[in-house]
Design a protein around this ligand. Structure first.
Ligand code: FES
Ligand code: FES
Length: 87
């Protein structure tokens, strides 16, 4: 399994309603930060998480967080450039 692609070198901050979500771990999804099935044959699989109360979440865009699917600041330690810029 290779390293995940850095989709964005910073978190995706978004408001989420209660429900089940699948966070893209491989970094290849065109629907970041969520899985769109593009991980096929990469060895990665999405990370399922549940939201029970509507709220604002910082979902990891660099794919290197130690607290997936959430940003833990690890993106600040990465040397490689990301595919996009933080929004
Ligand atoms: Fe990945 Fe912050 S965006 S740790
Ligand atoms: Fe990245 Fe599914 S597209 S884990």
């Amino acid at each position: 399994m290779s390293k995940p692609r850095i989709a964005q070198k910073g978190p995706y901050v978004m408001d989420l309603a209660p429900g089940t979500y699948w966070w893209c771990q491989c970094g290849r999804s065109a629907n970041q930060p969520f899985c769109d099935g593009s991980h096929k044959s990469t060895g990665f699989s999405p990370v399922k998480f549940e939201v029970t109360d509507t709220g604002r979440f910082a979902l990891c865009g660099c794919k290197h967080s130690g607290n997936r699917p959430f940003c833990d600041g690890t993106h600040n330690t990465l040397d490689e450039p990301g595919q996009g810029t933080p929004s």
